[in-house]
Ligand binder design. Sequence first.
Ligand SMILES: Cc1cc2nc3c(=O)[nH]c(=O)nc-3n(C[C@H](O)[C@H](O)[C@H](O)COP(=O)(O)OP(=O)(O)OC[C@H]3O[C@@H](n4cnc5c(N)ncnc54)[C@H](O)[C@@H]3O)c2cc1C
Length: 629
Amino acid sequence: MTQQVTEEQARQVAEEAREQDWTKPSFGKGVYMGDLDISLIYPQPKLDPEDVARGEAFLTKLRTYLEENVDPLQIEEDAKIPDHVIEGLKEIGAFGIKTKPEYGGLGLTWNYYLKALAVAAAWSGSLVALLSAHQSIGLGEPLRIAGSEAQKKEWLPKLAKTHVSAFLLTEPDVGSDPARVQTSAIPTEDGTGYIINGRKLWATNGAIADVVVVMAKIPKREGKRGGVSAFILPYDAEGVTVEHRNEFMGLRGIENSQTRLKDVFVPNEALIGGEGAGLKIAIQTLNTGRLALPAGCLGSAKWATKQAREFASERFQWGKAVGKHDAVAQKVAFITASTFGLEAILDVSARLADDNTNDIRIEAAIAKLYGSEIGWTIADELIQIRGGRGFETAKSLKARGEKPVGTEQALRDSRINRIFEGSTEIMHLIIAREAVDEHLAAAGDAIDVKAPAAARAKGAANALKFYAGYAPKLVVGEGNDPRSFAEFGSNAKHLRWAERSSRKLARSTTYAIARYAAKLEQKQSVLGRIVDIGAEIFAVSAAVVYAKTLETEQPARAKEARELANIFALQARARAEALFEEIFDNDDDANYAFAQKVLAGDYVGVEEGVSDPSELSDLPMFIEDSQKV
Ligand SMILES: Cc1cc2nc3c(=O)[nH]c(=O)nc-3n(C[C@H](O)[C@H](O)[C@H](O)COP(=O)(O)OP(=O)(O)OC[C@H]3O[C@@H](n4cnc5c(N)ncnc54)[C@H](O)[C@@H]3O)c2cc1C
């Protein structure tokens, strides 16, 4: 039977797995708390010239390798990355880009790892999925986070050079809510290991992996906490079967599996980080790995910018280049400025990741959310700019003698970014949770309807004390002084807006907490807008800061960067202002109530008049029990 988990239990499990402490400063947290501290992101940490030299050398090698050996049209046609490409990528070190040299990797910085993913993404979406699933969520990352020295010594060198890896968390009936993991790991009677049973779905690289990390639940027993745990699983172990290679609307070349685990034995040494540590490891893996996905979005966005510019300036209709028609020009402006904004977000976050002095969990989460959403719109707008050619496949364009620009493929490939490694809806919840952390610490029990009366009263007293000190700080700040942030020249005004908006956002959040109390977590659309405004504030700050950094690091690009930051900031500010308008003035409640009636079948009349071909099969909507192996 499928184990049912209540909403509250699911939340409790997620809460326990969350990184609870803030031991380092966080710029992102300040954005949501009305305390925009630009000094946390500017001056940006300087790049070590040696790291840059090694990083640039690898990027050149990677670009050359792709150009000379990899045909992206063939990958799309065959829905497969050829074996020789996978072997070639291993040979140039692309499987161990950030693995330390003592474990056989290239030891490049996060900054260059992400740049490499962007290069791969611009060439082929399936390639970036292969490399990033292996290095960002595959076995190497959990080992880096929680592995023992012996585990690292045994596996990291293999992962850097020869072994493809995958991350097996999702199950047929366990998606966004990992509290329900059904795959079981039962300790053997002789105490030497565990027997794993279950079915894992959608594991990227899972169809060709050599070794994987698998999440499975150990039962609670005397003296042992049990719980979801992470295991190293060599894929040639007895009982491992790839049941199906999944096919998708995009990323046609990925080796994504449904994998069955039947009575698979793993020794005690395969357990990573102890019993019950699995969800924490999974969440931390996703937290750090989260920068990889937007790096892929950035690669595609850079490619899209080039395609938009070339087409909009070369294609003439109604007497002028289509880019001279205002409707198309707006799209070119959006694509180009957004690409710069995304590059800024990644550069700011990646340098902080390498510097390791800041907690970047919010920045990385925003990068994932923002990159996947804006990347999708970029791909969509590029199709519109290219008109019918945007909808035509690269293969077809080539066959009739035109440049094979795979615009429709870019859209299909990018769609999944809004779903995996934390869907947009889940990212909103994760960021909102981090954003209100201090409020919860202050007022937690006061807004918890289930807390005993005494605890609620104590919570209310704490909250009163906290807000008495906090609220006055949200009234005036640097952003009200027209002379502030002067070193950023003409873009200083955008930082002043960011500072003022950060305080306005914190005031809105405080009001939302007071207005909805414990019900706030159910107000997902309100929280979503709060999160999205914070994302725009972070993006504007990053763009201005990055442009300023480029002024010194690449003086030839100073003017260009300043102008790009300015246009991006104007666009981002307009989006944020529209969201501010809607935080509380919206139709959320009416829509929610209406949707519940839709689910109850009150409006099935709307569906009448057409047939549903999926009804020709009598298959269920989804398999309900991962344990049925
Ligand atoms: C191509 C591809 C590659 C993948 N690679 C991997 C991999 O390598 N390893 C792995 O373990 N998994 C992988 N996944 C799984 C992926 O991470 C999941 O699809 C994702 O977690 C969402 O789960 P789900 O599809 O079951 O959606 P569901 O959880 O069923 O969610 C359905 C919808 O409800 C929303 N929703 C769910 N809960 C909430 C909530 N509390 N509040 C608001 N909205 C909510 C979701 O956002 C979504 O829109 C992959 C999936 C695909 C398609």
